[in-house]
Structure formats: C-alpha cells, structure tokens
Ligand binder design. Structure first.
Ligand SMILES: [Ca+2]
Ligand SMILES: [Ca+2]
Length: 318
C-alpha cells in the first residue's frame, strides 16, 4: 500500500475532504461528493477503507460463451448513470478486526479451507477469518477471507452507522464495469495469459507446483504463492487494485441465470423471495484462468465461508 500518502489522505478525510494523489485538495471542501472527479479518493475516518470515485458509463456486460452450466449471459448493454465510489482495495484483516471489536458481531466459524493432510477442500469446524488455513498467521494488510455474504452485509451496515455515510456491497454490474477496465478483451490487461502474473495475484507455475493444483494455471512465474497483501500489483485504469485475483469478492445480487431482462441500470438483480445463492466475483490466487475473467460468476449460499472469499465495498455518493 502507498503508506507515504495514506497519512495525508486520512488527515484530509478527517476534515471531510477528499483528495487524489495529485493536484487537488484545496477546493475539495466546497464540493459535494457527487461532484468529485473520477479517481478521487474518499476516506471517511482514519481507519476507514479508502474508496475511489468511479464515473458514470456504459459497457457490455456478460458473455455468451463459457462453461456448461455456468452461463454468463445473455450479453447486454448496461448504463450506469451515476457516479459511485468503490473500495480501492478489498477489505483487510485490520479493517475487519476493527469491525469485530467495535460492533460485537460474532466471528463465523466452519470455513471451507484446504486440508493439507488430505489434499482436499473441506469445512474445518474451527476455521475462521482469524485462521483461514494459510499455513501461517494472517497479515493485517491482506484481504479478510472466510467471511460470509451475511458477514459482509453486517460490515457495511456497521460502517454506515459509524460514519453516517451509506455503504453497501457492489452490484454485479458495478463490479463488472470496473473489472472490465474499459476493455472488451478477455482479461482487463488484454487477451494474453502469459503476462497474467505481472497484473494480478493469480496461480502461476509456483502456485501450481506448491499446491499440486488439479486444475489449470497461468503459464508464468508468480510472485505470490497464496494470498498477497492488498495493493501489491498496479491499479487498473479506475485506480482500483486486485479486482481480478487474490480473493473472490461477494456482491449484492442474487445469482440469477440467465440474467433477467432488467435491471440494466447498474442496480442489483434480486430474487422475488429468498435468494438461494449470492454472486461472488473476480477469482482468487488459486482460481483457474478461465474463471478469472470479469464476466465469470461464482455462486454460493449466503452463510458460506471460504478461504478464498472476501469482500470489496461501495460508498454511495451524495
Ligand atoms: Ca500468485
Ligand atoms: Ca479480487
């Protein structure tokens, strides 16, 4: 993370200001957050997650190819007619620990982790975000994992209450709009797979060898075998880090297949009654290449805990 700039950002945030890394700060106090430029960073308290202003825009969402039983379409044009602010990074262990400490929210246990002794994925009764099966202690600056969609909802509710701002999960459309990085290529960096290890924490040759992966990986030598600290790779064109790879990110929508005709305005698709499964996006440090594409959709029940599932948040601008 860019620690040298963080203190300045936090200081200005305390004063109710928002800044980008460059020229602008002096006039910020006179602007409403809805008027902030694309790329501006907002931080509502010194320990709060940084969010980046994302401009309105249009994009082609979905994909009409894909895996059998995992349809990503139909492709459709989506117009997001509003600016919003998206987490610059995934929520970290330090940020989640602060939430647990101050909210009294219980720690969910029984996370699905990798059992090294059996070489299998399985539910470990004592496993939780504090011990997600990394084989080492967790780091403050890496994404929190082993949190459920329900935990993620509790987090944004608490953050909203403590800051007086409106935080929520991203919608699938908002998430994919940013993840596509203004491109129509297979990956946000282009179509090639050989350079993937330069752009995101995805499984390369080192991870495949260390974990004995039974599925495909990228043919490049990866810097991180396992979860990486947030911000270890370059941001995308919106100023957002790690949206592809590292940890999957829960989103607001119910997992509906195929996509319903509406909404196509950036809002979340929701089920009429209870939702069986929620969408989760973006792949992880151990996910096969095809599932690291921006349009690919994971799906799991709301209470599900996984050692590769975390969350990124949205702050509504007002
Ligand atoms: Ca890696
Ligand atoms: Ca991610």
């Amino acid at each position: 993370m860019n620690s040298g700039r963080q203190s300045g950002v936090a200081l200005l945030a305390i004063l109710g200001l928002a800044v980008t890394g460059t020229a602008w700060s002096a006039s910020a106090e006179t602007l409403a957050t809805t008027q902030l430029p694309s790329g501006a960073i907002i931080q509502d308290c010194a320990d709060c997650p940084e969010v980046v202003v994302i401009p309105p825009g249009e994009f082609r969402m979905g994909y009409d190819g894909g895996e059998e039983g995992r349809y990503e379409g139909p492709e459709r044009d989506v117009t997001i007619g509003y600016a919003f602010a998206l987490g610059r990074y995934a929520i970290t262990n330090a940020q989640y620990a602060r939430f647990i400490e101050h909210s009294g929210h219980p720690t969910s246990t029984g996370c699905n982790t990798w059992d090294a002794s059996s070489g299998q994925l399985g539910r470990q009764p004592d496993s939780s975000w504090r011990d997600p099966g990394h084989g080492r202690p967790i780091r403050d600056d890496e994404p929190v994992v082993c949190i459920s969609w329900l935990d993620a909802q509790a987090y944004v509710q608490w953050l909203s209450e403590t800051t007086g701002q409106h935080y929520r999960l991203p919608t699938e459309a908002e998430w994919e709009y940013v993840a596509r990085n203004r491109t129509t290529t297979k990956f946000p960096w282009g179509d090639d797979t050989a350079s993937a290890c330069d752009h995101a924490n995805v499984p390369g040759t080192r991870t495949a060898e260390a974990w004995g992966l039974a599925w495909s990986h990228f043919d490049c030598e990866d810097r991180f075998v396992g979860l990486a600290p947030v911000g270890a790779f370059s941001p995308n064109s919106f100023g957002v880090y790690d949206i592809i790879g590292n940890a999957w990110e829960w989103v607001e929508d119910c997992y509906l297949v195929p996509y319903p005709d509406t909404p196509v305005d950036g809002s979340a698709a929701l089920a009429a009654g209870d939702c069986d499964r929620r969408s989760v996006r973006g792949g992880s440090w151990i996910t096969a290449p095809f599932r690291q594409r921006p349009s690919w959709r994971g799906r799991d029940p709301e209470p599900h805990l996984s050692f590769i599932f975390g969350v990124r948040i949205v702050r509504v601008l007002q």
